[in-house]
Design a protein around this ligand. Structure first.
Ligand code: AMP
Length: 294
C-alpha cells in the first residue's frame, strides 16, 4: 500500500489508564473522540475508517486487539497475522492520534465471566456458522467503548451483520455513541479487502472473487428490473456453485435492519454471501435498491 501523507507521532498505549488519560486530555482540549476498533493486519479498508474519523475533525483512537472470545476453538486465532510495527506505521501515516494495543490479560483478566449477547441477531447467518462469534464481538466492543468512551465509532459495512448488531446493541444499552457505517473498500477486481485475504494463494483468490461476482449479478438483475426474489438468490447461488474452489455457506437477500428472510422484494434489501476457500472464510455483501429507492 502506498501512502504519501507525512507521518506524525502516534501515541501507543497499552493499559486502560494510559488510553483513558490520552482521551481525557483531548476532551479537555475540546476535541470529540472518534474510535476505530480493529484486529490489526491493517489494510486500506481499515485506513478508510481512520481517514473518515480524521475528516470529521475527531481525535482519532484506533484499537488493535485480536480478540480471543470471538474466535471458535477450530478457528484462526493463533495464526491471525499480528504485524505490529507495520500497523503502527500505517496508523501514523493515517494521522491517527492514539493507538490502544492491549494484551489479552488487560482485556480479559483471569476469571473474566461477563458477556454481552444480542439475542436473535447473534444466531443467524454468520452467527449460525460461527457459534459464540457475535457474543465475543459484542463483549469486546462494549468493553472498548467503556474504556475509550468515544463520541463516534467507525465500522465497515463489509461486516454488515456485525454493524447491524452493534448499532442495535448501542441503542438498547443506551450507549451515548454514534455508530458510523463506512463503505466497503475493494480491490480493482471487486474483491473486498480483508486481513484474511493474506491467507489466499492466487488460485484461491480467483475462487474468492465469486463472492463479489455473485453480488454484482444480483445488483445487475435488480437494475434491469428483475423483481423476483428467488431469481435474484438463484443467480447469486449459481455464481458460487459454478466457481471451483469455493464452498458456499450462504447467498441470501434479507431485510437490511432485522436481517430476516424476505418473501418478496422490497425497496431496500441487503444481499449477503459467505463461503470457504480452503480453510479461509470470506464474506461480502451489497445493498440492493429497487430503482427510485434511496
Ligand atoms: P477487523 O480488523 O477485521 O476486525 O476490522 C476492523 C474494522 O474494519 C471493522 O469495522 C471492519 O468492518 C472494517 N473493515 C474490514 N475490511 C474492510 C473493508 N474492505 N472496507 C471497509 N471497512 C473494512
Amino acid at each position: 500500500m502506498t501512502l504519501t501523507a507525512p507521518s506524525r507521532p502516534v501515541q501507543v498505549t497499552e493499559t486502560i489508564a494510559e488510553v483513558r488519560a490520552a482521551v481525557h486530555r483531548a476532551r479537555a482540549a475540546g476535541r470529540r473522540i472518534g474510535f476505530v476498533p480493529t484486529m490489526g493486519a491493517l489494510h486500506a479498508g481499515h485506513i478508510s475508517l481512520m481517514t473518515q474519523a480524521g475528516a470529521e475533525g475527531d481525535f482519532v483512537v484506533v484499537s488493535i486487539f485480536v480478540n480471543p472470545t470471538q474466535f471458535g476453538p477450530a478457528e484462526d486465532f493463533q495464526r491471525y497475522p499480528r504485524p505490529r510495527e507495520t500497523d503502527l506505521q500505517l496508523c501514523a501515516q493515517a494521522q491517527v492520534d492514539a493507538v490502544f494495543y492491549p494484551e489479552v490479560e488487560t482485556m480479559y483478566p483471569p476469571g473474566h465471566r461477563t458477556y454481552v449477547e444480542v439475542a436473535g441477531l447473534s444466531n443467524t447467518l454468520e452467527g449460525a456458522i460461527r457459534p459464540g462469534h457475535f457474543r465475543g464481538v459484542a463483549t469486546v466492543v462494549t468493553k472498548l467503548f467503556h474504556i475509550v468512551q468515544p463520541d463516534r465509532a467507525y465500522f465497515g459495512l463489509k461486516d454488515y451483520q456485525q454493524f447491524t448488531l452493534l448499532r442495535l446493541m448501542a441503542r438498547e444499552l443506551d450507549l451515548p455513541i454514534e455508530l458510523v457505517g463506512c463503505e466497503t473498500v475493494r480491490d480493482p477486481d471487486g474483491m473486498a479487502l480483508s486481513s484474511r485475504n493474506a491467507y489466499l494463494s492466487s488460485d484461491q483468490r480467483q475462487a474468492g472473487l465469486a463472492l463479489s461476482r455473485a453480488l454484482r449479478a444480483a445488483q445487475t438483475l435488480v437494475a434491469e428490473g428483475v423483481h423476483e426474489l428467488d431469481v435474484l438468490q438463484r443467480a447469486m447461488q449459481r455464481e458460487l456453485d459454478q466457481t471451483p474452489g469455493i464452498e458456499p455457506d450462504y447467498a441470501v437477500i434479507v431485510d437490511p435492519d432485522s436481517l430476516s428472510p424476505l418473501t418478496a422484494v422490497q425497496p431496500v434489501m441487503v444481499a449477503l454471501v459467505a463461503g470457504r476457500v480452503g480453510t479461509t472464510r470470506l464474506i461480502d455483501n451489497q445493498i440492493l435498491r429497487l430503482s427510485g429507492s434511496r
